[in-house]
Design a binder for this molecule. Structure first.
Ligand code: ATP
Length: 758
């Protein structure tokens, strides 16, 4: 079975691109060509929207602040009284902005309380369900700061400053920015999908103090240039909004190490306040977020999870074939926009074509598809009311379709959080909608493949640490102020058989927990260029140009330059060579592209070098990794338990998130348990014991003896960078023991290899 990662994480080249952009920025200023660039400016974009608005009377009326909307609620005082106490003033200001800039009548849930706390200068954590309106909690303050300063008579000579929104999804950023621009609120995003010109435009807008909101991915916070520019941004950073803030917590279902650095960033840039937003936080995760950002308990705004219009159903089947039959029937009985969630990309393709053959209008959606195709599909889904999307988790974030009538989980979701987030997309219009969760013993295999796939062998972690702590690999910084080392995460995953995401966690722990290193702006190792203007290219006789031309290897069309080799051979610093290449590129002499991202780490403390020191760190890190694996197993149990225990599903879901279930009686009356009082029971299928013949066959196919986990992975069917490199996936023994319990399999190989299982 082929498993493709379906997580739409921002590209690891994101930060590297930013680095390139910042390096290029200095060069651009001196280049005449730069002034001639046809840049699509923020003003262009706004003018475009202005043109649309000017043609539409409804828009004109709604957006024209000189003609205030008729007030439905007479109590809102739109002429703000400067003498009001801070919180009443903040409430009045927030309501004014909501009406005038967002054309909305009243706040929902605890929006008003959270926003006025922020306007009063304090930080907050907002836990609202999907579609609850979290975005307004930072967008309203971002707009309100200018007027707040006037009211408090604390106007800043440099302007009202900006709000930074840290968000993991590039597609989401774009939607939000477009929506804000339509409302004439100046917002933009900095991300890897942008061209260099767009990056430069953002820098200019920042410099001019025009922007109200700037969206970026957490990876950007590793970029020293970005941190520095935010430290000195005009008017200061008034607010940092952390979207998907559950990623901060190691207890969360999608912990992302880069998120741990957000709190440090907030301190370093002296942001005035923070708002952390999430749709899914258990009590433990919410506490983790609060403590990470030093926010007191009263800063937590959490609303009830219970959605009375959602009917939560579950069905257990002995095999997948039965689930198919039941799915067809269910979709026939429940027409309307639907999303069927599956675990892997291949399944989404296969199930979509099966449904099409059965005459349903169904289409697959997953992270492996081209961006344009995904956008088209999302647009189509928004427009029509009879499409079934068969999707992996890649679908849904930012989809704000009010009338999704049905959500089906065709496989077991990763956690209660994921389940809750996905069902939360149904029935946003408040109308009755149905969610069906299929369970079948086969599905546990897939979940286990994911769960057991992340933990590397202990020896791999040790070897990795030994390698990065190697004093001979350290280089003295160009400033002479300290030492640093460079690595390629991509190469290291293969070298040490550690997957990308646990590798990133290891680096983050070394940085944040042990304080040994600090990630800085990543760099490119390889540049390629194609000459467009030979006359000017030949005419450049500078030292940097000569070294580049001497070192670059010609190809059919492109010259390839290994920057380190060129720098070493030519005796010239990398930065000078990059500057020259950028200059050529900017003035149209060459067309350039860069590749081979290298992560750069500054060494902050003396690195451990003795065996005992390295063993000690390995032990600590590995214990944490084992704990994470246990947590992942527990998450599967919890999500299955939610619908297989004798309990009201809605109540159990609310309780999971520590929600008092206001308005929810003992039984919701519209879940499988409440409707039938019959427990959903999974057939009891016991794992098979390891087959000695298959164990022998794997030992024969793979000579590795110091890594029983790797041998067990071959039998179970869990890929790893080394397994891929050794081509073991194509061997006859691949997945030969996928009916066994994975830890038992590791034990069996450990016994055969006479080593410790972990
Ligand atoms: N007070 C309000 N009155 C009316 N509509 C609102 C209000 N607050 C938010 N909305 C609308 O609700 C929809 C969902 O809001 P938003 O995208 O901010 O939700 P969210 O909590 O961020 O959801 P998700 O978790 O899916 O990202 C948007 O269309 C938004 O305009």
């Amino acid at each position: 079975m082929s498993l493709n990662s379906d997580f739409d994480l921002p590209s690891s080249e994101e930060a590297a691109l930013a680095a390139q952009f910042l390096q290029q920025e200095a060069t651009m200023e001196n280049t005449n060509a730069a002034q001639n660039l046809q840049i699509k400016t923020l003003e262009d974009k706004l003018a475009h929207y202005e043109r649309i608005i000017s043609k539409c009377n409804a828009c004109k009326a709604a957006l024209n602040p000189s003609k205030p909307l008729k007030r439905k609620h007479g109590s809102v005082d739109l002429t703000l009284n400067k003498k009001l106490k801070p919180s009443s003033r903040s409430v009045a200001l927030a309501r004014k902005v909501l009406k005038e800039n967002f054309q909305l009548e009243a706040f929902r849930l605890q929006q008003e309380a959270a926003i006025s706390r922020l306007l009063d200068g304090q930080s907050a954590v907002v836990v609202f369900p999907t579609g609850g309106g979290k975005s307004l909690c930072y967008q309203v303050p971002a707009v309100a700061f200018a007027e707040l300063d006037q009211l408090c008579q604390s106007q800043r000579s440099e302007g009202p400053g900006i709000t930074i929104v840290v968000s993991p999804l590039i597609a989401l950023m774009k939607d939000q920015v477009d929506a804000l621009l339509k409302r004439r609120i100046l917002a933009t995003a900095m991300n890897s999908s942008q061209t260099r010109e767009q990056h430069l435009q953002v820098a200019k807008d920042l410099e001019a103090g025009k922007l109200k909101l700037l969206y970026c991915a957490p990876e950007r916070l590793n970029n020293e240039g970005f941190v520095e520019s935010m430290r000195h941004v005009k008017g200061g950073v008034r607010l940092v909004a952390v979207d998907e803030a559950h990623c901060v917590s190691e207890w969360g279902h999608s912990f992302r190490p880069e998120y741990l650095k957000v709190a440090r960033f907030v301190k370093e840039i002296k942001a005035e306040r923070v708002v952390c937003l999430t749709a899914t936080a258990t009590t433990k995760v919410a506490q983790d977020i609060l403590s990470n950002f030093g926010i007191p308990d009263e800063g937590l705004f959490r609303t009830a999870m219970y959605r009375p219009n959602l009917r939560l159903l579950a069905e257990a089947t002995p095999n997948k074939q039965e689930s198919y039959e039941k799915l067809f029937k269910f979709l026939q009985d429940h027409p309307g926009p639907a999303v069927v969630y599956v675990t892997i990309q291949k399944q989404s393709e296969e199930l979509a074509s099966t449904l099409t053959r059965k005459r349903f209008k169904a289409k697959a959606f997953h992270a492996g598809m081209e961006t344009q195709k995904k956008t088209e599909l999302q647009d189509e889904f928004m427009k029509v009311d009879d499409l079934i999307i068969v999707a992996t988790i890649a679908f849904g974030m930012g989809i704000d379709k009010p009338n999704i009538r049905t959500i089906v989980h065709f496989n077991i979701p990763q956690s209660v959080e994921e389940y809750s987030q996905q069902i939360g997309r149904a029935g946003r219009d408040g109308k009755p909608s149905t969610c069906l969760f299929f369970l079948c013993p086969e599905d546990f295999y897939l979940r286990n493949v994911f769960t057991y796939g992340d933990l590397p062998a202990r020896a791999s972690v040790r070897e990795f640490l030994k390698s990065i702590f190697d004093p001979f690999k350290l280089t003295v910084d160009q400033s002479g102020s300290g030492k640093s080392f460079r690595t390629s995460h991509y190469t290291q995953t293969k070298e040490f058989d550690i997957k990308m995401s646990p590798l990133a966690i290891l680096y983050a722990e070394l940085e944040l927990q042990f304080g040994l290193i600090r990630a800085t702006t990543p760099i490119y190792s390889t540049y390629q260029y194609e000459v467009s203007d030979h006359r000017r290219w030949h005419g450049d006789n500078s030292a940097a140009a000569n070294i580049i031309n001497k070192s670059a290897k010609p190809g059919k069309k492109w010259y390839t330059l290994d920057l380190d080799v060129a720098s070493l051979q030519g005796g010239i610093v990398r930065a000078d060579l990059i500057r020259k290449l950028n200059q050529w590129n900017d003035s149209g002499i060459v067309v350039m592209k860069a590749s081979g991202v290298q992560n750069v780490y500054k060494v902050l403390k003396e690195l451990p070098t003795t065996d005992a020191q390295i063993d000690d760190i390995t032990r600590k890190l590995y214990t944490q990794m084992l704990d994470r694996e246990k947590q992942a197993l527990e998450r599967t149990k919890q999500v299955v338990g939610l619908v297989t225990e004798k309990q009201c599903f809605s109540r159990a879901l609310a309780a999971y998130f520590g929600d008092g279930s206001d308005g929810l009686s003992e039984e919701c009356g519209h879940c499988t348990w409440c409707e039938t009082h019959v427990q959903v029971q999974l057939p009891n299928v016991k794992p098979a014991p390891p087959n000695p013949g298959s164990v022998d066959a794997i030992m024969k196919a793979c000579p590795i003896r110091d890594d029983p986990r790797l041998l067990a992975r071959i039998g179970f069917g869990i890929t790893s960078p080394r397994i891929m490199a050794l081509g073991l996936k194509k061997s006859g023994v691949w997945e030969s023991m996928n009916v066994c319990d994975f830890p038992t399999l590791v034990g069996a190989f450990a016994t055969r290899c006479k080593v410790d299982p972990y």
